[in-house]
Design a protein around this ligand. Structure first.
Ligand SMILES: [Zn+2]
Ligand SMILES: [Zn+2]
Length: 245
């Protein structure tokens, strides 16, 4: 029964929620968002315990916390292997982030002291990183950017995650293949590139038994969803831990 701890449940517009990020079973961090490390600490979790970091796509709200996470891992004396899973080019993208921030020395130390194992997903095969088994599905979000959602198998539970996605066949496959779905809903009204309240309702009606935990919430989405009466759709807050059977 792996718990999911939400480090952030918003997009950048919502003052009371930080950027979308969550931790499964205290050891799998999904999305090193700009606020991930700060809220990892607030949640009483330790970066040293992480086995894997999973990235859905390279937009900054999903990735720009990486340098701080790397520094924390070094500071805590982490030595065990760390799997970093993301779209093609993930190792180069994260290295470039360090370079642009003029912290190449952190990048060198990271690889000198920690066995960082990068794994690129392509949406065609199942991957295993440590105790985590996952399948990536390409989703539609931003032009010229590889964007993925996932089904992460942890302790026998299949946790789906949409990444950022508009309604698409990849997202349907994720919904069909998971026991619980962490789903983005960035928009109140229909907009390409993201889910909106109506699209969440449609998806929930197509998968009536599926428990849905919403994240990446845009302005006003929580109130609108709360009014909609969707029984299987939940609205966790930042720092909430949800037990998933
Ligand atoms: Zn995005
Ligand atoms: Zn996003």
């Amino acid at each position: 029964m792996p718990p999911i701890t939400f480090l952030g449940t918003g997009n950048f517009l919502v003052p009371e929620r930080y950027w979308n990020s969550f931790v499964i079973d205290r050891r799998i961090l999904v999305e090193p968002s700009p606020s991930a490390l700060a809220n990892l600490r607030r949640a009483g979790l330790d970066a040293k315990d992480l086995d894997a970091v999973v990235i859905s796509h390279f937009h900054p709200d999903h990735t720009f916390g990486w340098p701080f996470l790397a520094l924390e891992l070094l500071h805590k004396g982490r030595v065990r292997p760390l799997h970093v899973i993301g779209p093609p080019g993930v190792a180069g993208f994260l290295a470039e982030m360090m370079h642009l921030g003029s912290i190449d020395s952190v990048q060198r130390d990271l690889h000198a002291r920690i066995d960082v194992r990068y794994m690129e997903v392509d949406g065609t095969r199942q991957l295993a990183g440590g105790a985590l088994v996952l399948q990536a599905f390409e989703v539609i979000h931003a032009p010229r950017l590889s964007c993925f959602g996932y089904v992460l198998e942890v302790g026998g539970t299949r946790i789906g995650y949409s990444g950022d996605s508009e309604p698409c066949s990849g997202l349907e496959q994720i919904a069909e293949g998971c026991d619980v779905l962490v789903l983005e809903c960035a928009e109140l009204h229909r907009t390409p590139t993201h889910m909106d309240v109506e699209a969440v309702a449609d998806l929930s009606h197509r998968h009536p038994g599926l428990r849905i935990l919403l994240t990446h919430l845009g302005d006003g989405v929580d109130k609108s969803i709360a009014k909609s009466g969707l029984e299987k759709v939940e609205l966790p807050n930042d720092l909430d831990t949800v037990e998933v059977p």
